[in-house]
Design a protein around this ligand. Structure first.
Ligand SMILES: [Zn+2]
Length: 161
């Protein structure tokens, strides 16, 4: 008698006990990973830029009136993260009044700077005083949220994702 030919291509044992095939997911790129995290450098950098843009909207140095080389100065240090992207915490200064002048710039001589601020812009000074020793809040806005808020202020549709 002729033997039926039902020889399997792979032997029974192997098909039954074979581990299920795990298809590897395409690994996320570094950029995609950063975009997934609302507190990543990706959003921090962009929120910084948007904050600076909003503060510099004044269009001139708020101290001397120059219109070139404008920079945004933080009254309260940038590492106080919950105030880092607060518009009231910034002032538009030219590079000279910001840091270049050793005697008369915000970074060169903070005492002189705050004396001037209290004299000329008492409301801004009051804001700084009120927030200077503020306690860190339990929760703060994420960098992505800050970026969105600031981008709306400058109506930058490219910034809002
Ligand atoms: Zn200036």
């Amino acid at each position: 008698m002729q033997q039926a030919n039902f020889k399997r291509k792979t032997p029974m044992k192997r098909t039954l006990f074979r581990k299920p095939i795990k298809r590897k997911k395409k690994p996320l790129s570094k950029l995609a990973k950063r975009k997934q995290n609302p507190n990543s450098k990706y959003y921090k950098k962009r929120a910084d830029a948007a904050w600076s843009k909003v503060v510099r909207r004044v269009g001139k140095c708020e101290k001397c009136g120059r219109t070139q080389n404008l920079q945004a100065h933080h009254f309260i240090r940038r590492d106080v993260l919950h105030l880092r992207h607060v518009v009231e915490n910034g002032i538009c200064l030219c590079s000279h009044c910001h840091a270049n002048d050793k005697m008369n710039s915000a970074h060169g001589s903070p005492l002189n700077f705050y004396e001037w601020l209290a004299d000329v812009k008492p409301k801004r000074m009051a804001w700084v005083e009120a927030h200077r020793h503020e306690q860190k809040p339990l929760e703060r806005e994420t960098y992505a949220e800050a970026l969105e808020r600031l981008a709306r202020m400058i109506e930058c549709t490219k910034c809002v994702l």
